[in-house]
Design a protein around this ligand. Structure first.
Ligand SMILES: [Zn+2]
Length: 337
């Protein structure tokens, strides 16, 4: 069995010839297996989509009920026969519903991990290491310089700022799927019980997380309809990054702009965005997470899908693990860092 007989990179995404399906295709295909619902991995218009219950639900929330002609739910850990292969979904620890997809034939297993992280995150199931011959990894933060601090410490910096500037509205930029809910959960874990206000674009996915049993505490809408800007003084308001480029920010009392993203480790990016309080909270592995995961799995081969591939490929070579970049296009990761 050669790896290339099981999964091959194509312009529209990874394709499995014996199973006749794609993994995370970026263009419409007959049958797609989808790792998670971020828009660069989960697109509409496929004939059939196989994904976890949560990923299917979130795709329907974001893309509409008719996002695929047919949907099938993949239960975690349950092998499923597709054509000449077996596919099994395993948790990836990235966002709610996120999964790695193990594709297997004649005892030869390739794991397409999608996006993943190893840092504990109570808003989704933890990454499960799956032994495999070929491990396919992302490399969003695949440079030795990327080391993410403990997320709870970053959230404590936000709360310290709130205590220091009680008159200012603390506006926190968060991506709608994953980051918003993780920041809310971290705030609660850090002891912040006050209501947190949400931009309208975040509401549906937060409500969905709550419906799946993830306690996000007291949430309220950040609308001025029933009050004035002063009402938000000393509160935390979450909004999508796009809202920070418009007039929305100016509604609030003396706004202090924070942004929660792995990219906030790059100070130039924070300055570029006009972020006063950068919070390094990532839903991806940092360099340590990537290299420790590969060392733990000890696969015969590593394929790198997207991000900063070169350093990780080189690191693998130094460990004696053959590795290659797949140069797949379309996985931007702007949405979910
Ligand atoms: Zn993602």
């Amino acid at each position: 069995m050669r790896a290339a007989d099981l999964l091959v990179p194509r312009p529209e995404g990874l394709y499995c010839p014996p199973g006749d399906f794609h993994v995370d295709p970026t263009r419409p295909v007959a049958r797609a297996l989808v790792t998670h619902a971020h828009s660069d991995h989960a697109t509409g218009g496929h004939g059939a989509v196989l994904a976890t219950r949560e990923t299917l639900d979130i795709m329907a929330i974001r893309l509409g009920d008719g996002f695929a002609a047919r949907t099938e739910e993949a239960a975690l850990g349950m092998p499923q026969r597709i054509g000449g292969v077996t596919a099994t979904f395993h948790p990836a620890g990235h966002v709610l519903g996120s999964a790695q997809i193990a594709v297997e034939r004649a005892g030869f297993r390739i794991v397409a991990s999608g996006d993943y992280k190893r840092t504990p995150d109570p808003t989704c199931a933890a990454f499960e290491p799956v032994p495999c011959e070929v491990f396919i990894t992302e490399a969003t933060f695949g440079l030795p310089v990327f080391r993410h601090p403990a997320p709870l410490d970053e959230i404590r910096r936000l709360l310290a700022s709130l205590a220091q500037f009680p008159e200012r509205t603390h506006l926190v930029g968060v991506y709608a799927l994953g980051k918003a809910q993780r920041v809310l959960r971290l705030l609660r874990d850090a002891g912040h019980d006050a209501p947190v206000y949400l931009h309208g674009a975040l509401r549906r996915l937060c409500d969905y997380y709550v419906s799946r049993g993830i306690d996000l505490g007291s949430l309220a809408d950040a609308t001025l309809a029933r009050g004035t800007a002063r009402d938000f003084a000393g509160t935390i308001v979450l909004g999508p990054p796009s809202a920070f480029e418009g007039p929305w920010v100016r509604r609030f009392a003396d706004p202090l702009v924070a942004f929660a993203s792995g990219w906030m480790q790059v100070r130039a990016r924070a300055r570029q965005r006009g972020v006063e309080l950068p919070l390094v909270v990532s839903d991806h592995c940092d360099w340590t997470g990537l290299t420790e995961t590969i060392a733990e799995l000890a696969p015969a081969e590593v394929w790198v899908t997207h991000g900063r591939e070169e350093a990780l490929v080189r690191w693998c070579a130094l460990q004696g693990i053959p590795a290659r970049p797949l140069h797949l296009v379309g996985y931007e990761d702007e949405e979910a860092d």
